[in-house]
Write a protein that binds this ligand. Structure first.
Ligand code: ACM
Ligand code: ZN
Length: 766
């Protein structure tokens, strides 16, 4: 997946900060649960707190109603899960008759109630009374979800991998009724860009099942690696599963799942009521397959498994029968491994470059009466759909499969916005919504202090606010919206810790989008409930991103002093801050009311959870400038007049090296920024330009950075030795489209990586 580079204006002030008291939500009086916020995510349909609690103790039994033998496995799962965390070996009675519970008056009883509607299989009722716990579900899935809710009512120590002794395993009395809103509650994982082994994939599935997701979309093939063993085509894994390096790092990367491993993962997921949707990409994103079998391409190759992130021109040849024979063989093995109804065939980002000049592809178009290469892609996907349908499977593909005409039974995964979803639903096709704007969890989560290169911005609030049913659909059309999904593309996630960080807590927000009633959506309430989830995820060893404090981050240029507030985003957590550019530690001061800023300052703040775990560290760079002497002179030329001459020229002064706030229209323009950089301490300074439009930067006439040849994910940087005193700084940006961007950072002695502070920028040498 490629995305348009885009610069973000630090729109911090537009974000509504949440202010929470810094003490934990007060526990009610002994035994009273009324008004208590249970830390349940996703929010159930209804929660009725009752007085008192039920203590799980070594004598508690787990019982399955004799009339509901389908729940035997769930009963075993409950007993074993309780044993894992409490150390209690609870007796399990799988044929309970409602009277005799051996040895103890209290029990956790599971039974089935008659089902009512299509998704009622997943619905449940959980009643916790002082005398016992009763779970009544429409099906085994509902009983499983009731258990997930029950576990979230237990203390966070329940999440440790080994038993924690000395904890009172009290479950507050409550009556909960619950059912999901959508039938497709998905999380995706790209194992093509970076490979993650079976153990992590299972951990991921287990984790999402705890938040009541029921679909795991496993993105198994990519330009950069083929990850699934196919017996008939061994080179797919002997050749296609390894690349020699990644973005020039010189380190080979690879791996794949054997078919036995896949079967184990499928069984593991089934036990958690998660259906796996395997994705085999076609016709594009297929270089790893073509490196293994170059005869399936238009040119014949040779190819190497790709080592860079981008969309590639070499794709499966749509004119060659060998391609279809190969893909049908591959899909035959895939269908055999994955019992779910859907097979995802990709379909996204397939350049038509090769097809346009390939004799076989052109002959196919002629023979089939196809007017465009888009129609050729449609022919391709229709053929594959026919094959899948003939084997009882349904085809799902990214929204590009709409181009050139949708196959008759296809389901669309709408990612380039919501239009694909609307088009599919209005023409009677099912759709899963996963627009980049709300569902791409590889986008960064905070404006400052986030790890790794940036892409686009997707904060937790925006995931939470997502409404999967696009506006304007009729009731019948809306029923085609099966649900939504969070996508985790892993170009920038070389390890599992980063995957966890990017997926959580945004997956928790998505779980509520797809499970909970729309009318219950309330971000403040969600944040209160999430406070308990952070403790649980940390206890489980998950590298969850704990929300940092807000209200101060960004880059600001001021003419006079100001005051800011550092606001906690996690109820019950501790906030610490610094003003000297260092990362806050627990012994740093807490913010005590509004903070006044009188000199140029960098503020950093961080959340600390009482049980351990800390947030990233956003920063607020405040520069107080002399409006008569500080600044950057700008000059803008263009747009070009009809005579081809530039319509010179706008001039003025700004206080940062930035395009924000310049009078730029939609046309292409050239922007010059000229200033003097006042260096305090002599030493080596580094300049980086993260992304944006083509730009050259020079200091004292020597080029420092030039991003004209770089891709957005490359972060070109330049090192420069600078004496103290003023240095000429000149920037030229050619603004090419509507999205203008310039993101220049500096790092040097006593200066952490940051936008050049306005107090260092002078209009005259000084
Ligand atoms: C995608 O992100 N290319 C589906
Ligand atoms: Zn071809």
């Amino acid at each position: 997946m490629t995305r348009t580079p885009k610069i973000l204006t630090p729109a911090v002030l537009a974000l509504l900060p949440l202010l929470f008291a810094s003490s934990p939500a007060a526990r009610g009086a002994e035994g009273a649960n009324e008004g208590k916020t249970f830390s349940l995510v996703p929010a159930p349909v209804s929660v009725e707190p009752l007085p008192g609690s039920f203590p799980i103790h070594p004598g508690t039994s787990v019982a399955v109603d004799a009339g509901s033998p389908a729940l035997k496995e769930i009963g075993r799962f409950l007993a074993s899960r309780l044993r894992e965390s409490t150390g209690y070996a609870l007796p399990l009675d799988t044929a309970w008759t409602g009277t005799a519970i051996k040895g103890a008056p209290d029990a956790i009883v599971l039974s089935l109630a008659p089902r009512k509607a299509a998704i009622a299989d997943e619905s449940y009722e959980l009643s916790v009374a002082k005398t016992g716990i009763r779970i009544t579900a429409a099906g085994a899935a509902g009983a499983f979800y009731a258990l997930q809710t029950l576990f979230q009512l237990l203390p966070p120590e329940f999440e440790h991998a080994a038993p924690v002794y000395g904890v009172a395993w009290e479950v507050p009395c409550v009556r909960i009724q619950d059912a999901p809103r959508f039938s497709w509650r998905g999380m995706h994982l790209d194992v093509g860009r970076h490979f993650f082994g079976k153990k992590f994939v299972e951990e991921y599935i287990d984790l999402i099942s705890r938040y009541k997701f029921n679909v795991f979309h496993w993105h198994l093939t990519e330009d950069q690696g083929w990850r699934i063993e196919i017996k008939k085509y061994p080179k797919l894994t002997t050749v296609g599963s390894w690349r020699k390096e990644t973005m020039g790092d010189g380190q080979p990367h690879g791996g794949f799942y054997t078919q036995d491993e896949i079967r184990e993962v499928v069984a593991y997921a089934r036990n958690r009521f998660v259906t796996i949707v395997p994705e085999i990409e076609m016709p594009g994103h297929s270089t790893a397959a073509l490196a293994s079998y170059p005869e399936l391409s238009c040119t014949g190759g040779p190819f190497e498994v790709q080592t860079r992130w981008r969309v590639f021109d070499d794709v499966y040849c749509a004119g060659n029968e060998k391609t279809f024979a190969f893909l049908q063989d591959v899909l035959t093995e895939v269908m055999d491994l994955f019992p779910g109804e859907f097979v995802h065939i990709g379909g996204d980002e397939c350049p038509k470059t090769r097809w346009k000049v390939c004799p076989l592809c052109q002959a196919r178009m002629k023979a089939e009466g196809l007017a465009t290469e888009h129609e050729l892609q449609s022919y391709f996907v229709r053929r594959i759909e026919k094959f899948l349908n003939a084997h009882g499977k349904r085809l799902i593909g990214w929204d590009e499969i709409l181009e050139g005409g949708l196959p008759p039974n296809a389901t669309v995964m709408s990612w380039r916005g919501i239009d694909g979803g609307i088009a599919a639903a209005t023409s009677g096709h099912d759709v899963v919504m996963t627009p980049t704007s709300n569902c791409y969890f590889d986008y960064f989560q905070g404006l400052t202090g986030e790890p790794g290169p940036v892409g686009e911005y997707l904060p937790l609030e925006r995931v939470y606010a997502y409404e999967p049913v696009p506006p304007g659909l009729t009731g019948d059309q809306a029923r085609h919206v099966l649900g939504a999904q969070g996508n985790v593309w892993t170009e920038q996630m070389p390890d599992t810790r980063k995957v966890e960080y990017m997926a959580f807590p945004r997956a928790c927000a998505m779980s509520e989008v797809v499970w909970s009633p729309a009318a219950k959506r309330d971000f403040r309430d969600f944040s209160l409930r999430m406070a308990g989830q952070y403790d649980r995820l940390v206890a489980r060893g998950i590298n969850v991103r704990i929300p940092p404090p807000s209200g101060f981050e960004g880059t600001y240029v001021l003419y006079r002093d100001t005051s800011i507030s550092i606001l906690s985003q996690v109820p019950g957590s501790v906030v610490r801050y610094t003003t000297d550019g260092t990362d806050p530690v627990l012994s740093s001061p807490p913010p005590a009311g509004p903070l006044s800023i009188r000199t140029s300052t960098t503020i950093k703040a961080r959340t600390f959870l009482p049980a351990g775990g800390t947030s990233p560290v956003p920063s607020g760079v405040y520069s107080i400038v002399d409006s008569g002497a500080n600044g950057v002179s700008y000059r803008i030329a263009g747009p070009h007049s009809s005579g081809g001459l530039p319509v010179d020229t706008l001039r003025g002064v700004i206080y940062r090296i930035s395009l924000d706030g310049l009078p730029l229209g939609p046309d292409s323009l050239t922007v010059w920024l000229d200033s003097y950089l006042l260096i305090g301490e002599e030493g080596v300074y580094q300049f980086t330009i993260a992304q944006g439009d083509p730009a050259t930067i020079s200091v004292d006439g020597s080029p420092v950075v030039d991003n004209r040849t770089a891709e957005w994910w490359d972060v070109p940087g330049g090192l420069f030795h600078l004496r103290s005193g003023p240095h000429r700084l000149n920037v030229t940006v050619v603004k090419t489209g509507r999205q203008a961007g310039l993101d220049l950072h500096i790092k040097g002695p006593g200066l952490e990586l940051q936008p050049i502070p306005a107090s260092m920028l002078w209009r005259r040498p000084r």
